[in-house]
Ligand binder design. Structure first.
Ligand SMILES: Nc1ncnc2c1ncn2[C@@H]1O[C@H](COP(=O)(O)OP(=O)(O)OP(=O)(O)O)[C@@H](O)[C@H]1O
Length: 338
């Protein structure tokens, strides 16, 4: 077991922002860490990277209880490296940025040069070795940060939204790097992201956080909504134009999740029939095993999971207008006072 945690809490003043009863993370896997904004993902990553200590509860790393003694934490930080979404680089050369961690570890100069070159090769950045790091683009900066982490041969790599601020080309490059590092070096990886598709492409396991707590199921399509009644039926208003039906009657503001597999799409020529059907545009279609994941823009983005056979008979393409049906049984209320 790589990590285990019990009753792990982080509080700021009166506010508990992370409250994890139980967590087990196996070595050698890629874990996707998902959750809406403010759900505690970065807080959990900081604890797992030993950059912060919990307010209460226990964390074990490779079977040993983690204590908040500075020297012990320092030793653990050599095994676990967090690649931040906005890496802080020294305003020197790419070479010196990657070399720094090796110098700190007392690696001799000739060996350092070889390791820096190999690490830059791994991320396709060897040609930038003498560039000033502050001249790099967002994607190159992220790849340099990965090379800097890899140079130190960590046992565990943690990524905080590695592709959030990069273009598609760099996103593909970074996903390939993560995949190769995992395959070739058998490194354990925890990847915090908002991108469900990225998780399905890269991760074997998923951890989902909601309001600082672990959630048993992976909620997607999370919205804040105002509940109202129409003809005695409870509806949740997502935007001025969009409302979805609820299975139970509640009042006020709520936070809800719409299960992607419950949503039905129809060609826009089909009769709308029910008033809750909404129109949207298909923005992206991706194969996920025996399913197709469709990203539909209906004013707000909606992720839809369609069995392959059903999708084939639908014959919809990217750019098509579709009718969207979100049945009440697929809408779960996550919290009141949304
Ligand atoms: N140093 C801090 N002091 C006070 N509150 C904090 C501090 N750091 C984080 N928080 C709060 O803890 C909660 C969880 O934050 P965290 O950054 O872990 O969420 P997240 O899931 O990573 O969000 P995002 O997806 O937006 O990055 C937030 O409400 C945040 O405001």
């Amino acid at each position: 077991m790589l990590y285990a945690a019990r009753n792990l809490r982080k509080t700021y003043g009166e506010r508990t922002v992370l409250d994890i009863d139980e967590l087990h993370i196996q070595a050698g896997n890629i874990y996707g860490l998902l959750g809406p904004n403010g759900s505690g993902k970065s807080t959990l990553l900081s604890l797992l990277a030993f950059l912060d200590t919990p307010s209460s509860g226990n964390l074990w790393y490779r079977g040993n209880l983690v204590r908040s003694h500075p020297n012990e934490l320092l030793a653990l930080r050599r095994e676990v490296i967090l690649v931040d979404q906005h890496p802080i680089l020294f305003s020197t050369s790419v070479f010196k940025n990657v070399e720094f961690g090796l110098k700190v570890r007392g690696i001799p100069a000739r060996q350092r040069k070889r390791i820096v070159e190999e690490s830059l090769d791994l991320v396709g950045m060897r040609a930038f070795i003498h560039e000033r790091s502050h001249h790099l683009s967002g994607g190159e900066t992220q790849r340099l940060a990965i090379a800097r982490a890899l140079a130190c041969s960590p046992r565990v790599l943690l990524f905080d939204e590695p592709t959030a601020s990069v273009d598609v080309e760099n996103q593909i490059a970074i996903e390939n790097i993560i995949h190769e590092v995992h395959q070739e070096k058998n490194m354990s990886i925890i990847l915090c992201t908002h991108d469900m598709l990225q998780v399905s492409r890269l991760a074997q396991e998923t951890i989902f956080l909601f309001d600082g707590r672990r959630s048993a199921s992976t909620h997607e399509n999370i919205f804040s909504a105002q509940v109202y009644e129409q003809d005695g039926m409870p509806l949740a208003k997502l935007t001025d134009q969009i409302a979805v039906p609820l299975a139970s009657s509640v009042q006020g503001k709520i936070k809800l999740a719409i299960a992607p597999q419950s949503i039905k799409l129809f060609p826009v020529t089909a009769q709308a029939g029910k008033p809750q059907r909404i129109t949207g545009t298909v923005m992206q279609l991706t194969r996920e095993g025996r399913h197709i994941r469709a990203l539909v823009d209906m004013g707000v983005p909606l992720s839809v999971r369609i069995p392959l056979r059903e999708f084939t008979s639908l014959s919809i393409c990217v750019g098509d207008r579709v009718l969207v049906d979100c049945p009440a049984h697929g809408v779960s209320i996550l919290s009141r006072d949304g």
